[in-house]
Design a protein around this ligand. Structure first.
Ligand code: SER
Length: 465
């Protein structure tokens, strides 16, 4: 089953169970709490929250998502990605645990035909109801249903406050050998051998800024199954990057940069980084993000430059990423028409930013030479931070170059400064909240009524208060 077939099999399956198939929402959420759409449920947050009434109570989507919290791991593991597609089925006050669990099992065992004896289940330790459904109705043997704590089996909120709830996951046993400290390996002690392929969130609480939980007006279902991850299991590749979803992109990287995948582990890391980041960059630009020094634009710039940096490690001396993006557009443009519609923009913005970065690298090299000439043993963390923050000059290049001069780099000092900057950015984001802004609008609505006059006239005098 190809990635495309998997995506449509999922959507059709849930359509048959009464769900409305909706297209993916933008990567830029209509949500003041979030920079990006980080999960399939994000577009539905106001419905879960009870602020908006649903048009359909059963919905299914394949949602474009972006997560950068683990970006350092991308390329180094078979699973980590920034951009990914998340399959989901959602119930807004309609069905709850029983149907969600039964359908998940049906899809995984009857449509995907995954071997039942390789499937394990986790449930939230206080969620006896789910445990019983898995055991008594689905018939999973008790030994393979693991009760786990809040850190793994309670999901959300996406953002500082919002809808959340206990969750239950399906894990696939890849059969990999792993030494587990307490004897038998289970999803509780082995995250290499067991792969989480499906997450069912029973979204029934609202969490406030202090972490207190309140029941939501409706009980909801939010399912998340990462398309690339599930494809890797179905296609038995052992890695997302070896599925048909990534193959054409990796082949293009091999062609353009004259390298071969699976010949040298260090180079493979760079190839995977470029493969992942070319998708993130293409989709971000298609959704209207441009490289800049703040917020979303800054994230895009970092991702793009990280890809270029890895291209340089593979020997690139001139812009190349826009050529890889061309393949992303060709390969995914039938599913995501925004890629095709904005093809020129995606290629042009990428190429221009690549050119700037190649220039940065040569300017940064000059500054770095200066810094090196006044450093005796260690390059200061502050210098590394300044190079990075002002010029986007990557610390790993500093480390590489420093090695040639027998200098150490104060990466700890650099990290400290980065942490301060990240915290500053986070607290700036947390100040914005639906609930708070809503109060202001309510107050305003009380003070003065806005009358809609557009039925009779196209112009009128008004006072902005
Ligand atoms: N929101 C949950 C997740 O992202 C389930 O979709 O895992």
């Amino acid at each position: 089953m190809t990635g495309d077939e998997l995506r449509s099999a999922f959507l059709r399956f849930f359509e048959k169970k009464g769900h409305k198939i909706l297209p993916s929402a933008s990567l830029i959420p209509d949500d003041p709490q979030l920079l990006f759409t980080v999960a399939g449920m994000v577009p539905f947050k106001p419905i879960f929250w009870g602020k908006v009434e649903p048009v359909y109570t059963r919905v299914t989507t394949c949602q474009k998502c972006l997560r950068t919290n683990d970006i350092e791991n991308v390329g180094r593991t078979p699973r980590h990605q920034t951009f990914f597609e998340m399959l989901g089925n959602f119930s807004f006050g309609d069905y709850f645990k029983k149907e969600a669990i039964i359908w998940a099992w049906e899809f995984v065992t009857e449509v995907l035909k995954l071997e039942k004896d390789r499937l394990w289940i986790t449930v939230y330790e206080e969620d006896e109801e789910s445990f019983k459904i898995w055991k008594d109705i689905v018939g999973v043997c008790e030994k393979k249903i693991i009760r786990m704590g809040k850190d793994t089996n309670f999901w959300g909120p996406a953002g500082p406050t919002g809808p959340c709830g206990p969750c239950s996951e399906i894990h696939y046993d890849t059969g990999l050998n792993e030494d587990c400290s307490d004897g038998e390996c289970t999803p509780a002690n082995s995250d290499k051998r067991f792969l989480e392929i499906w997450n069912l969130v029973f979204t029934e609480f609202y969490q406030d800024e202090k972490g207190a939980l309140y029941p939501l007006p409706r009980k909801n279902i939010d399912t998340g199954a990462g398309l690339e991850r599930v494809a890797s299991v179905v296609q038995k590749t052992g890695s997302n990057f070896e599925t048909d979803i990534f193959k054409p992109i990796i082949s293009k990287i091999e062609d353009v940069l004259g390298v071969e995948y699976k010949k040298d582990e260090q180079k493979d890391i760079s190839i995977r980084v470029i493969a992942d980041h070319s998708r993130a960059v293409s989709f971000l630009i298609a959704d209207g993000v441009f490289p800049s020094n703040e917020e979303r634009g800054y994230v895009l710039r970092r991702i793009l430059r990280r890809a270029v940096r890895h291209g340089v490690l593979l020997g690139a001396q001139k812009p190349f990423l826009h050529l890889i993006n061309e393949t992303v557009i060709e390969h995914m443009g039938n599913t995501y028409s925004e890629l095709k519609n904005r093809k020129d923009l995606i290629l042009e913005v990428t190429r221009a930013e690549e050119e700037r970065f190649f220039k940065t690298i040569s300017q940064g090299n000059e500054m770095l030479r200066d810094i090196i000439s006044r450093s005796s043993k260690v390059i200061d963390g502050e210098d590394v931070f300044k190079l990075y923050d002002t010029y986007g000059f990557p610390p790993d290049i500093v480390v590489d170059v420093a090695k040639d001069y027998n200098l150490k780099v104060d990466l700890e000092g650099f990290e400290k400064l980065m942490k301060i900057q990240r915290e500053r950015a986070r607290s700036a984001r947390n100040n914005v909240e639906y609930a708070k802004s809503q109060e202001i609008y309510d107050e305003l609505a009380q003070k003065s009524k806005t009358v809609f006059v557009g039925y009779d006239t196209l112009e009128c005098e008004a006072k902005v208060i």
